[in-house]
Design a protein around this ligand. Sequence first.
Ligand SMILES: [Zn+2]
Length: 293
Amino acid sequence: MPQPGFDLEAAAETIRTWLDEAERVLITAGAGLSAAAGYDYGDEDRFRELFPALHRLGLRSRYLVGVPLPPELWWGYWAVHIDDIRFSPEPNPLYQRLRSLVGDKDHWVMTSNVDALFARGGFDPDRIFTPQGDYGRYQCTTPCTPTTFDSRPLVAQLLAAYDPATGAVTGPLPSCPNCDGEVEINVRIGPEFVDDPYLPSSRRLQDWLVTAADARLLILEFGAGFNTPGVIRWPGENLTRRIPHAGLIRINPTHPETPADLTGRTLSVPAEADQLLDRLTVPHPAPDPTAAS
Ligand SMILES: [Zn+2]
């Protein structure tokens, strides 16, 4: 539920107005959006269902970064996780509703999420910038090359060698097609991250923002907290400062606060994305033709 006392309907009305007035929309999103869409990395029930062997080892959620696991279990985890979150073919209803919300407006997406849910929800892949990488690619850990590789065949191969009872994959572990060394999924975990695949979209987004300098730009930010505020949250605030006609709407159930120096150009919405979209994507009631004018 939204915070007690918060008038979500009034906020939705303001957002409709701001959206109508906007010439361009930049949707920015963090992990909170995918969590609201049903992909909550902290969901312990789903974790137990997908990873029974890891659950028996005492692990409870997908926040596994830093947990030392033998490579057979590590790759078993990645294969199941990525297959679930990145390669499920169905579009996600929440992302589809978000897509319908922006309609024909000139828009871009910038997200720290690496699950490609925006593209699967109908957003133009050429207008999505994912600075933290993509589960759909993998890279050399060294890295010996800036080339990254399609992870779909890798995941399929791993799943074929995966035993749910043990959580492990059998047979040869993934290796770099170039140097035969270790590989990892192409997401920003450490300084070895290869960002080459994301540079072209970064440049296109920067160009779009340069031409937005005099435009009414609306930034719609969903679920970007303080895990990596330098990726989504602070850049959105800085853009709002830099572009005189920009506005920022921050949808976040736990960290909705906005900077004091931007008062008047920001709207803070302490609610989950799905709660807000329930209001925004419900059609307005048609005017009653029998009402006296
Ligand atoms: Zn290599």
